[in-house]
Design a protein around this ligand. Structure first.
Ligand SMILES: CC(C)(COP(=O)(O)OP(=O)(O)OC[C@H]1O[C@@H](n2cnc3c(N)ncnc32)[C@H](O)[C@@H]1OP(=O)(O)O)[C@@H](O)C(=O)NCCC(=O)NCCS
Length: 172
């Protein structure tokens, strides 16, 4: 999968330093992702383990040799693929997020997930627009759920994309 000036592909060990740098950068923006402080070594180890784990999918977007985005998927034992993603600030709004999310959803289908799930801050309008474009729906609101480092309590919106509508459910 690719777009103008970039390509999306599975991450390799050689990408991991740049991925950690990107997480640090976006965490430093302080507004978009849950992570506020990054233990670089721990994050690197976690990603490295993910590359060898069939229940986890890690994809990067690269422009030339530069990592400009990443998506991480984790297939839970109950069949839901949890995900998180980020795009470098100067590349946002240029289709990178869409390409990464497409790759992530394809991975989730291939891994046998019946649903893709995530949580997003209610003020993150571009992320919510991206998810809705792919068919995710809001599934409620976790009120005053996450304590930030400054003590503020932030709401979060769980969103989900059902991949297996035909299977029996207990929703009614
Ligand atoms: C959310 C994020 C991943 C989106 O990636 P992106 O590369 O900007 O996404 P795209 O360019 O593919 O845009 C996808 C859609 O998002 C929406 N969108 C993008 N930028 C937007 C903006 N500034 N305002 C409103 N909607 C926007 C549009 O619906 C767009 O689809 P369209 O181009 O067909 O209209 C990116 O903004 C990002 O990394 N933000 C910081 C980290 C983050 O928020 N991660 C997600 C945490 S839940």
């Amino acid at each position: 999968m690719s777009g103008p000036g970039f390509t999306v592909r599975p991450a390799g060990v050689a990408d991991l330093g740049a991925v950690v740098d990107l997480v640090v950068e976006v965490a430093g923006e302080g507004r978009w992702i849950g992570t506020e402080q990054v233990d670089r070594a721990q994050r690197h180890d976690h990603l490295r383990a993910a590359l060898a784990d069939p229940l986890r999918g890690v994809f990067v977007a690269v422009a030339g040799a530069t990592v400009i985005g990443q998506i991480g998927m984790t297939l839970q034992p109950y069949g839901v693929a949890d995900m998180g993603m980020l795009v470098e600030a100067s590349w946002r709004g240029r289709g990178v997020g869409s390409a990464l999310l497409g790759a992530g959803i394809d991975w989730a289908r291939g891994a046998g997930a019946h649903k893709v799930a995530l949580q997003v801050w209610p003020h993150n309008e571009s992320a919510m627009a991206l998810y809705r474009k792919f068919g995710f729906v809001d599934e409620g609101r976790l009120r005053r759920h996450y304590k930030r480092r400054n003590g503020d309590l932030w709401d979060a919106v769980p969103m989900g994309l059902i991949l297996a509508d035909e299977q029996p459910a207990t929703d009614g």
